[in-house]
Design a protein around this ligand. Structure first.
Ligand SMILES: [Zn+2]
Length: 96
């Protein structure tokens, strides 16, 4: 699946290399991708995807450069947990 965030295509890949992580955002010059562990429930995967999309927004806008890694993670957790608790989810593209 490819999602578009702030004009940037991001590949969403259903697994991560590091099994100690639930998900990861990789922001490169030419490529952005989000990996989400596929051995979690759909609800957990939806939460991790929302969390990683917020990391992507901070990266693409450059806001992450103003934050330490610890502060960024704290901000992303606060925002993603609250948005998820009030029902925000990525609307998945329809398959034909
Ligand atoms: Zn995070």
């Amino acid at each position: 699946m490819i999602i578009n965030v702030l004009g940037h295509d991001i590949s969403v890949i259903p697994d991560v290399d590091d099994k100690n992580n639930y998900g990861e955002f990789h922001g490169g010059i030419c490529e952005h991708r989000i990996c989400v562990r596929s051995d979690m429930t759909k609800k957990e995967q939806d939460y991790v995807l929302l969390h990683e999309i917020i990391h992507a927004i901070l990266h693409i806008t450059g806001v992450n450069c103003m934050l330490t890694d610890e502060v960024e993670e704290t901000v992303v957790k606060a925002v993603s947990q609250e948005l998820f608790s009030i029902g925000y989810r990525l609307r998945r593209p329809r398959t034909v």
